[in-house]
Design a protein around this ligand. Structure first.
Ligand code: HEM
Length: 414
């Protein structure tokens, strides 16, 4: 039930939203969309919740900038976290953004991704084999994030037995982006950036000494090779830029895809009739994954900053205004989706914004979609009667739709 009312909607403050909002933000998003669609925050920023407004913002990267130097300087100072976040593709505008995107694009081509399907399927099977011996699995901790972490490890050519620290590094670096962080958490984040960079440098040195074969799917090595030619070539990256964008790919692709898989399992458990339909009609897996992305968007809130005075949804915005983009709210906007609060695995059309829109549209969206289709397909095929063995636990996070724990019994208790 929404705790906000038509009268109180305009007073909603995202930075101090409570745990109940983190667990189920959708009723409040509906009230905001209807009564305060551009909700002014105490620091002068705005929270946007309507689909049409988000589409306009995502579609105009000149007026709505992704450059975060102004925001991150006071927060991170001159630190490894500042260096990392301001060098990664997602927090930059053209022309730097265009250069990185052009270099990454070949690795996300459909033809290349098809080659990864077999290795994803093997990875998922191995995880499920181990879980089958135990009979239960925590979907969040032992499945949903393990698949993407290993996949990105593979993409970057990180040897299997060296992938252990990746998750803690990624969590520390991404965690530093939450609105309220302690000095200790920032210190952990800074150490993680330095450790990660040092590790990647040793990895690159080993690759130089022993180059991967021409047919190896190794993004890190390919970026290094592509950038070792002409130093004046506008289409190359420095080593530091390669390191930070490799780190970013791991961060961008592991929590988000883990969230899609964990929330998807949670949805199948909450909506048994939709699950039964998917089991009867496995060809619906494609549209089912799209509906999971719409209904429980892994990145719930994005952001931009205006570069000039403008007007949006009837509200005048000064230059430099920070905008919180309520992706999860827009994805349930009744002005865009029929019966938006209904989880319908056959929904069509379903032009959700879970991967954003425009020049920053998620570069890894096809990877995430393939991973999710294989993960759900295997789980349902091998354990058609899996059932909940405990509650879905969510941490107090509002920007990412995180599942901390979701215990599942693979065969029903007899
Ligand atoms: C379900 C999983 C995922 C979701 C929901 C997701 C969501 C997003 C969103 C919303 C953005 C745009 C942010 C903005 O415009 O401010 C983005 C950007 C990005 N994502 Fe993903 N992502 C997912 C998985 C992945 C994976 C698996 C990878 C890589 C292997 C990846 C790589 C990237 C990159 C490189 C960008 C930056 C694109 C740019 O700035 O041009 N993502 N993602």
């Amino acid at each position: 039930m929404s705790r906000l009312t038509a009268a109180s909607a305009a007073d909603f403050v995202l930075a101090t939203s409570d745990h109940a909002f983190a667990v189920d933000p959708y009723p409040d998003f509906a009230t905001l969309r209807a009564h305060a669609p551009l909700c002014r925050q105490p620091d002068g920023s705005y929270l946007l919740t309507r689909y049409a407004d988000l589409l306009q913002v995502f579609g105009d990267p000149v007026l709505f900038s992704s450059d975060k130097r102004v925001d991150f300087k006071p927060r991170f100072g001159d630190s490894p976290l500042y260096e990392h976040h301001t060098t990664s593709i997602v927090f930059n505008d053209p022309p730097y953004h265009t250069r990185v995107r052009r270099l990454l694009a070949p690795f996300f081509a459909h033809r290349v991704l098809r080659q990864m399907e077999d290795s994803i399927a093997r990875m998922v099977d191995a995880l499920l084999d181990r879980a089958a011996e135990r009979g239960t699995i925590d979907i969040a901790q032992e499945f949903a994030t393990v698949v993407p972490l290993n996949l990105i490890g593979e993409l970057l050519g990180v040897p299997y037995d060296e992938r252990n620290p990746l998750r803690a590094w990624a969590n520390a670096i991404l965690g530093a982006l939450e609105p309220v962080r302690s000095a200790a958490e920032l210190a952990t984040g800074n150490r993680a950036v330095e450790d990660f960079k040092a590790y990647l440098r040793t990895l690159i040195a080993r690759k130089r000494a022993n180059p991967p074969g021409a047919d190896a799917m190794d993004v890190l090595w390919a970026l290094i090779e592509a950038s070792e030619g002409d130093a004046d070539d506008a289409d190359t990256l420095t080593e530091l830029e390669i390191l930070h964008n490799s780190i970013f790919m791991l961060n961008a692709g592991h929590d988000t895809t883990g969230s899609l898989i964990a929330n998807g399992v949670d949805l199948l458990l909450r909506y048994p009739e939709q699950r039964a339909r998917l089991q009867d009609e496995p060809a619906l897996i494609k549209s089912a994954v799209e509906e999971m992305l719409r209904f429980e968007s892994p990145l719930q809130i994005g952001n931009r900053r205006t570069t000039a005075a403008t007007s949006l949804g009837g509200v005048d915005l000064a230059p430099g205004t920070f905008l919180h983009l309520g992706i999860a709210a827009a994805n349930r906007d009744p002005a865009r989706f029929d019966q938006p609060e209904t989880f319908d695995i056959a929904r069509n059309p379903n032009k959700h914004l879970a991967f954003a829109h425009g020049i920053h549209t998620c570069a890894g969206n096809s990877v995430a979609r393939i991973e999710a289709r294989i993960a759900f397909g295997k789980l349902l095929e091998r354990f058609p009667r899996f059932e909940r063995a405990g509650p879905t636990v969510r941490p107090h996070r509002s920007r990412f739709r995180v599942v901390e724990s979701l215990p599942v019994r693979l065969e029903p208790a007899s």
